[in-house]
Design a protein around this ligand. Structure first.
Ligand SMILES: Cc1cc2nc3c(=O)[nH]c(=O)nc-3n(C[C@H](O)[C@H](O)[C@H](O)COP(=O)(O)OP(=O)(O)OC[C@H]3O[C@@H](n4cnc5c(N)ncnc54)[C@H](O)[C@@H]3O)c2cc1C
Length: 335
């Protein structure tokens, strides 16, 4: 396919950058993505990843972005090649907690009966939600982007001016990299560590509501493998796996599901959630080339990805005078 001229440079090839680039390229724009590191080394690659708004504000925009993304991910789950599947499971708590506000959107959402609760748990919600296998999903996004004429290049920038010199519109999807790139001290890392194990036969996800604790307890099954979590350590920058943390994760999960005691450890994953209050999706007022930001998605970058990308595409491609008159945007997207 003939490559269109680049009208837009997207900085970042994590889930935010790739999804945004797809929305722009499928709307007809010539898009080049610049990324400092291969997609396999991004935070996005480390994610769990389950649909669910976590560690993100502001609530009204998060609600719209996550609802939009839910519809797209449900659609993508019809094709196994995307790495998206719908999985049932439970979210449990050892104390009394209210139902999550977003629960009503999920298939089969209901409170469990007391006899369904594991030992030491008092509240539990059952639902079916999209679960995303990031290595497959990110590869799917790359294919979909290049299939629409988008180009991905390895290039680290030290200032957005390196991109604004070349095109009329630059979209900043640099995740944690935005901290230095646009000198934004509001963005802080929340370190997450996961353990990938051979699946001892689990078909359902489990997630404990651990409140503000840095120690999380959850597992997500992906056929032959299962991803166990986790941690949420604010302002911790270390990207190497910590063996003691990994053992503690397995122990917490095995206390609830003893089959983890003998399961084989296959890999460790670590990422820094790019957390910012609020998530930044906006156009900066500049003279010359236009700059649109899309970063700071915390623990929900996958959950917000299609909603934020659609907003960026609207900012980039629809003249301000026409934005309010547009028909409601398409919520589904087929591979
Ligand atoms: C352990 C863990 C579990 C998670 N679980 C979930 C989950 O279940 N559900 C969910 O929705 N989310 C989850 N998240 C959060 C999610 O992973 C992030 O919000 C998301 O990956 C952020 O994506 P991003 O594209 O904005 O950033 P990144 O994936 O970090 O990508 C940033 C990109 O910008 C590039 N870049 C940075 N600086 C520069 C520069 N100067 N020049 C050029 N390129 C640059 C990088 O090379 C990279 O390509 C989890 C995160 C972790 C760590």
């Amino acid at each position: 396919m003939k490559q269109p001229e680049a009208d837009i440079i997207v900085i970042g090839a994590g889930v935010s950058g790739l999804t945004t680039a797809i929305c722009l390229a499928e709307a007809g724009a010539g898009v080049t993505v610049w990324t400092a590191e291969p997609t396999t080394e991004t935070t996005s690659m480390a994610a769990g990843a389950m649909w669910g708004p976590y560690l993100v504000q502001p609530l009204d925009r998060v609600d719209a972005w996550s609802t939009h993304t839910l519809a797209v991910l449900r659609d993508l789950a019809n094709d196994v090649r995307t790495g998206v599947r719908l999985v049932s499971g439970i979210e449990a708590s050892r104390g009394a907690v209210e139902a999550p506000a977003w629960g009503g959107q999920l298939d089969g959402f209901r409170m469990c009966e007391p006899h369904e609760l594991p030992a030491n748990f008092s509240t539990e919600w059952r639902y079916t939600a999209p679960l995303v296998e990031m290595p497959i999903y990110l590869e799917y996004l790359r294919r979909r982007l290049t299939g629409s004429g988008g180009v991905i290049q390895r290039r680290r920038v030290s200032a957005l001016a390196e991109a604004t010199r070349e095109v009329g519109i630059v979209v900043n999807c640099a995740g944690m990299g935005a901290r230095d790139l646009v000198d934004d001290r509001k963005i802080v890392p929340v370190r997450g560590q996961l353990v990938v194990m051979k699946n001892p036969g689990l078909h359902e996800f489990f997630s404990e509501d651990t409140g503000a604790s840095p120690d999380l307890t959850h597992w997500y099954p992906y056929g032959d493998t299962v991803v166990l979590g986790g941690t949420a350590q604010p302002d911790v920058w270390n990207r190497g796996p910590d063996p003691a943390v990994a053992m503690a994760i397995i122990r917490r999960c095995a206390e609830i599901e003893p089959r983890f005691d003998d399961a084989e450890v296959l890999a460790h994953r670590v990422g820094l959630r790019p957390t910012r209050d609020p998530v930044r999706v906006e156009e900066e007022s500049t003279t010359g080339a236009r700059i649109i930001h899309n970063y700071g998605h915390g623990g929900a970058g996958v959950t917000l990805s299609w909603g934020c990308a659609a907003d960026v595409a609207e900012l980039a491609l629809v003249p301000r005078s026409q934005r309010a008159q547009r028909p409601p945007r398409r919520r589904g997207a087929r591979p």
